[in-house]
Ligand binder design. Sequence first.
Ligand SMILES: *Cc1c(COP(=O)(O)O)cnc(C)c1O
Length: 402
Amino acid sequence: MTKPVNTEYGPLAPPKRLLMGPGPTVVEPRIYGAMAMPIVSHVDAYFFEVAEDIRKMLQVAFGTENAFTMAVSGTGSAGMEAAVANVTEPGMKFAVLANGYFSDRMEEMARRQGAQIVRLEKAWGTVFSGEEAREFIHREKPHVVGYVQAETSTGAFQRGNTICEAAREVDALTIADCVTSLAGMPVRVDETGVDVAYSGTQKALSCPPGLAPITLSARALDRVRSRKSILPTWYLDLRLLDSYYGESKRYHHTAPISLFYALREALRIVMEEGLENRWRRHYVNHKAFVAAAAALGMTMHVAGEDQLWTLHTPVLPAGMSDTQLRSFLLREHGIEVLGGFGPLQGKVLRIGLMGASSTVENIEKLLAGLVEGFAEQGFRAPGDPLAAARAVWANPPASPEL
Ligand SMILES: *Cc1c(COP(=O)(O)O)cnc(C)c1O
């Protein structure tokens, strides 16, 4: 006799969350719909059509004409590891522009590939000037230069034009981490001159985590194709992945079909909105949030022109408990924001306004929650944060050139 079905485990019942932290972000309902579609196999002609649509839309989002553009299976860190591993060989000099947690992660990955690491370091929340980067790159003459365009641990945007120009002058490749910028603010891979850029699906694309968009310039591809040593990773070998997604369609691994459906739908939503309109929405909501934060008595950790539009690091008022505030928001409003870590532990909040979370409605909910959370700890806002945000929405400033 078989036993009755085990009823110890009920059906899934995830709590309702408004995800306004550094990622994952609110998922567009249409994307859940796409993920519920029946899968085909990973070698079905339909799957390759989906992959091809993704390639074309990613080219637009990245701002590139690179033919080598695809989604790697795995989260943003898989994109980072694919980028670092494929262009790095043992003994190469890998230069890191280190100003936050994710540049340190890139450095760790390069070290594991046997690279010799050189670092130019700056405080978390600051960025490198063109001159600082150029002097460092000319002095070190590395093979690879890695930097983080959108540093989610600090909220800072690193401009890349001079970095990429200086790198080309010494024949180095550049890797840019665009995980928190893609589809939220200008990435402009070709215009900037980036050789390898990668991202993740769960930040401004508003998709569940699981795929890592990546793009490689012809220069970078040459480097990959002329490697002298065997790439120690098989799963993230971009040449093998290219022969799977490219012409020959040679089986490599079983691609996560449902996630490809999700990314295709996410990119379709980006194209419908229009990339520039989407950047504009993120910029205006960013400015509205900054104005509201000031009315709450918070300054921003990052200087104005270097702030991300997607991830915000307001400085907590002296004496306020970051953990108490965050648990209040989660308990009373179902809103998730995160705090700072590393050197910013206990000092800042990390508030993501990315993709589907960057809306007037969500920001108003968040601000109402913050006012209450401040009051719970005996803090009174010096101004009216909702009015401050609404003033920006009523009369939005022009977007800066990035
Ligand atoms: C989130 C993030 C990553 C890592 O992405 P995972 O999806 O967590 O693997 C890498 N770089 C930056 C800048 C990020 O914000």
